[in-house]
Design a protein around this ligand. Sequence first.
Ligand code: SF4
Length: 331
Amino acid sequence: MMTERIVQKAINGDLANRDELLELFGTPLFSRESALILSAGRMMSQEACQYSAEVHAQVGLNISPCPRNCKFCSFAARNNLFKEQWNLPVEEVLIKIKGFETDGANALYLMATAQYPFEKFLEMGREVKKTLNPETILIANIDDFSKKQALQLKDAGFFGIYHALRLGEGKDTTIAPRKRLETFRNAKAAGLVLGTCLEPVGPEHTVEELVEHTMVTREAEPAYSGAARRISIPGTELYRYGLVSEARMAHILAVVRLALGYSIPGNCTHEPNSIGAAGGANLFWAEAGPNPRDTDKETEGKRGMTVKDCRKIFLEAEWQVLEGPSKFFRK
Ligand code: SF4
């Protein structure tokens, strides 16, 4: 009864509080109440995005043993998976990103590790922007940055950023949580729209942690939030915890939707899967180039999906997919 009341409250457009989110995250999978949460998550996502899911696409620019040492990342120096620095040549970046635009991705992302020089990233952004259609939305996924750098990103043609206060931030990473939140604020002050997510979810995370981080994403007023699981990379310290199932992730991302309400249009999950889309995920990513969840140098044909793959999963879950530039980022 308690769960039903909270679900109804969310459907009515009233935001759930911490205790209510604890109850929703703690609901056993495959129970009647869990089915209610999934159904409400899907209905609310449909309404929040006017029934159009989106596929965004990201090109990784480099590989480097990264000194930020996030334990879940294949680039982290401590994980010893990539020992050499390597940059994707500019011609290849342009081919990959243009290919994603041609395939109909609704927004395009450039991702770089903390080792990638900021000026070089700006240059790459300008170069990429020149080759894209003027209305195509370009997003930066990089290290933390200052107010001044936020303005430079905006001037270089970036519409927004992907950034997250990750689960275990400051403990499983060497980055202070306040630094991540400062970057949220710097982006906002410069007019860069934020996309964020509850990530990377592992089996060891408590419902209390999920609630705290969900609240952070809601309070940031992003274009989208959502939930993504941590990919277990053999040889890394966190590997021993294993992987959260797609079924559990669907429950988590449905709760995130109930927490977000209707004013945040996007609810992402990664990696793309049908049960997540059935439970209210309306944003997937295609990927090319280096990828922090992959141990291969370039992810296409391995972990990385194509725009077509992502669209197919959405169609199987009875979603329509938006044609044209992202509406999430233009909310
Ligand atoms: S997640 Fe980003 S900052 Fe952390 S180790 Fe990987 S590349 Fe570096």
